[in-house]
Design a protein around this ligand. Structure first.
Ligand code: GUN
Ligand code: ZN
Length: 444
């Protein structure tokens, strides 16, 4: 922490304070056209209109972003760091994609130095895209998990990650055993969970690559360490669901395989959920588990269209965040991921508003990761991870998004329109800067 521990940021600010899938948008959004964010020791101390707060904080240094919109840092609820280099692998759906491209790539992560190199590129890329927190698959090799946490720690990031557990239906070079995965995971939890801002997720790859013994060991770890997370894949692809039924003939369905092992709880995050049944949505809702909605991946691998309205229903509400799922996902950008989420909704005759998309990218993601007390908006006391957006980062975006006039606050409809265009047209170029605990971590 530098000696200067209190500082201000003057810009337009927008955050979500409640869920716009369930409440009127006006109750969910805060907007300050000319705002002041005060950060003390890396945490939010105050947020309000600049004119109201300036005398109270007359002495503090202020960084101005007068033509920008500052939002809370983006949260990616599902991504694979070892797949960074194999993004855009041609022509296959899930199971063939895994055996053709993914498994050979992940083999390289037995080499700790290689893992460090890619972890560094990966984290820099997240920050370039405004993503400040992610839930991350590493690889089966514990040294790759160490490498990831070391690089995240060096950057003072709030990251959740885990060693992949996989002991069958995968090449020998990429499998552990039920026992070794238990021992290695336990050691990693003891080393990294709650170390600085880092948190651990017990990470069985998916049902078919784990024996019942390994899944039960994962459940045992969750019972022994009740505040670690559980992170896996669920009901992504039709052939995968059939494969699960083949290898777990006694189970009542895909989610039931995890349930029987004690893996379905409040801190469980399931990626995809494209093929879920209504009963499975109801079970996820009752367990207060979360789904990572990964629209670019679901389209890229031809997996299908996630039913967001089922997850955000009144009857069986399930926590949802956005996941890029790189390398099956096609972009590190949460803006592009939110754009894809909008398109998926359209293909199912649903709507996803700009504020709903912002919620999924920030507070919704924080809730999915049980980090609502620390992240997701600018409430006082939360960690000051935030993104400076440039809604006019390309010539056509500048044409589409008229300059913000801070003297004249935009109406809610106008902000919604600008945010929508930024989500649909924006990418890494729209990220002017990324701040971690109030410190500049990336500048375009
Ligand atoms: N299911 C099991 N492993 C994977 C993976 O690496 N990516 C995706 N998208 N789905 C999976
Ligand atoms: Zn994945």
């Amino acid at each position: 922490m530098p000696s200067q521990t209190i500082q201000g940021f003057r810009a337009s600010f927008l955050d979500t304070i409640a869920d716009p899938f369930y409440l009127p948008e006006t109750d969910c959004i805060r907007y300050f056209s000319d705002g002041l964010l005060v950060v003390e020791n890396g945490k939010v101390k105050d947020l309000g209109n600049y004119q109201d707060l300036r005398t109270k904080y007359a002495e503090i240094p202020i960084t101005e972003y007068l033509h920008n919109l500052i939002v809370s840092g983006f949260i990616d609820t599902h991504i694979h760091f070892p797949q960074t280099e194999m993004i855009a692998a041609y022509g296959e759906q899930l199971l063939e994609w895994l055996s053709t491209y993914t498994f050979p790539t992940e083999r390289k992560f037995a080499d700790r130095n290689y893992a460090l190199e890619i972890a560094s590129i990966f984290l820099d890329e997240l920050l370039r895209n405004g993503t400040t927190t992610a839930l991350v698959f590493t690889s089966v090799f514990p040294q790759s998990t160490d490498a990831f946490f070391e690089e995240a720690q060096r950057r003072n990031l709030r990251m959740i990650a885990g060693k992949v557990m996989m002991d069958r239906n995968a090449p020998d070079f990429l499998t552990d055993t039920a026992d070794s995965s238990y021992i290695e995971t336990k050691q990693l939890i003891e080393k990294w969970h709650k170390c600085d801002r880092l948190l651990y997720a017990v990470t069985p790859r998916f049902a078919v690559t784990s024996s019942p013994e390994q899944l039960s060991n994962a459940g045992k770890l969750l019972a022994e360490f009740p505040d670690v997370y559980m992170h896996t894949h669920l009901s992504e692809n039709v052939k995968e669901v059939e494969f699960v039924a083949e290898v777990f003939p006694e189970s009542a369905g895909y989610l039931d395989v995890y349930d029987q092992a004690g893996l379905v709880g409040e801190r469980s995050i399931f990626a995809h959920g494209v093929q879920l049944t209504d009963q499975e949505f109801a079970r996820l809702s009752a367990a207060n588990s979360a789904i990572a909605f990964c629209p670019t991946s679901n389209m890229f691998l031809g997996s299908g269209l996630f039913k967001i309205e089922k997850a955000k229903s009144q009857e069986t509400p399930v926590k949802v965040g956005l996941g890029t799922d790189v390398g099956a996902g096609t972009s590190f950008s949460i803006l592009k991921t939110a754009c894809a989420a909008y398109q998926v909704a359209q293909l199912r005759s649903q709507k996803l508003s700009a504020f709903q998309a912002l919620f999924l990218a920030t507070l919704g993601g924080a809730r999915a990761l049980c980090l609502e007390d620390k992240l997701g908006n600018f409430e006082i006391g939360k960690e000051a991870d935030f993104v400076v957006l440039d809604p006019r980062s390309t010539p056509i975006m500048a044409l589409r998004n008229k300059p913000l006039n801070q003297a004249e606050p935009l109406t809610l409809a106008e902000i919604s329109d600008q945010l929508f265009a930024t989500i649909i047209m924006g990418d890494d170029r729209a990220i002017a800067a990324t701040y971690i605990m109030g410190e500049l971590a990336h500048k375009a």
